[in-house]
Design a protein around this ligand. Structure first.
Ligand code: RIB
Length: 299
């Protein structure tokens, strides 16, 4: 079983010719509404790949909450530990996607910011029995710290988005930052080359292993003193929103099934690559047969 503690957002997505700079107004295309939020995206990604997944989180008491809870449940996620919050809006994300598929996102956390350590304690059984627990940074640190403490299995921490002042749990099994998040964690400039990424990731403490997601440059796995660069699967991206979430969800499934970190990272890379070829965050994550087909084509 996999337990994801994290956010649920209603994503409002606008295609744009380019991302606006401060003070600029850009005319975009028609807006689309999708279920999102890093926690929900990761939970759905894992469920679509065959994982038995419980999601712990908070939504408001509004129409958006109904949409998000129903869409997670419809994908097979156990929503027993999704709590309603009075007088607070459900989380929302304003997303712009440019012609290369790159996104910029503003998150209004709403009810996500009300998730507490006590909420995680109420889900203690789901955390204790999970083979893998997955955490991100769109809910308060206190909730993440409680979840990490209560987790009976492996803890995956995705420090996304990079939040100034966020404090990861004292110890996690696997840390999964992207370049920006790695820079935020190390307090240095964004590393560019694989050597620079490796050097920066070696500075991190508090995790048994680190997997840095590098988009089109693949992923870097650091385990003890060993490092391994896994190139990306060549795809033509149309929307990279949620690719990191597809990666984390797939990783959780592969690790819960007993695969090695390297096997899990390759599988998750394939899932993330497929997700970038489709629009939206949650709906773009692949099913198991699609990941198998992409891997078989590159065997
Ligand atoms: O990682 C993508 C997600 O980030 C979106 O679904 C949005 O809701 C934000 O949480």
């Amino acid at each position: 079983m996999i337990t994801v503690v994290g956010s649920l957002n209603l994503d409002l997505v606008a295609p744009v010719p380019h991302h606006p700079v401060p003070g600029e107004t850009v005319l975009g295309g028609d807006i689309a509404q999708h279920s999102g939020g890093k926690g929900a995206n990761q939970a759905v990604a894992a469920a679509r790949l065959g994982g038995a997944v419980t999601l712990v989180g908070r939504v408001g008491d509004d129409d958006a909450a109904d949409v998000l809870v129903e869409s997670a449940r419809g994908q097979g996620v156990d929503t027993t530990h999704l709590l309603r919050t009075r007088d607070v809006p459900t989380g929302r994300a304003l997303i712009a996607v440019n012609l290369s598929g790159e996104n910029s996102i503003i998150v209004s956390p709403g009810a996500n910011s009300r998730l507490t350590a006590a909420d995680c304690e109420a889900a203690a059984e789901a955390l204790r029995t999970a083979r893998v627990t997955v955490l991100q940074q769109e809910v308060p640190d206190a909730a993440n710290h409680a979840a990490a403490r209560l987790a009976g299995g492996m803890v995956l921490y995705n420090p996304a988005p990079a939040v100034t002042g966020a404090v990861p749990p004292a110890h996690v099994d696997l840390l999964i930052p992207n370049r920006t998040e790695l820079a935020a964690l190390t307090g240095s400039a964004e590393p560019e080359t694989i050597d620079e990424v490796t050097a920066a990731a070696r500075k991190l403490s508090g995790a048994d292993a680190v997997l840095v997601t590098l988009g089109g440059d693949g992923v870097l796995l650091l385990e003890g003193s060993a490092s391994l660069h896994i190139p990306a699967f060549p795809v033509r991206p149309t929307d990279t929103t949620g690719a990191g979430d597809a990666f984390c969800g797939a990783l959780a499934v592969a690790l819960a099934e007993g695969n090695s970190l390297e096997q899990a990272a390759r599988w998750a890379s394939a899932a993330a690559a497929i997700s970038t070829t489709r629009t939206g965050a949650q709906g773009s994550s692949p099913h198991r047969d699609e990941v198998a087909a992409l891997l078989a084509g590159h065997a």
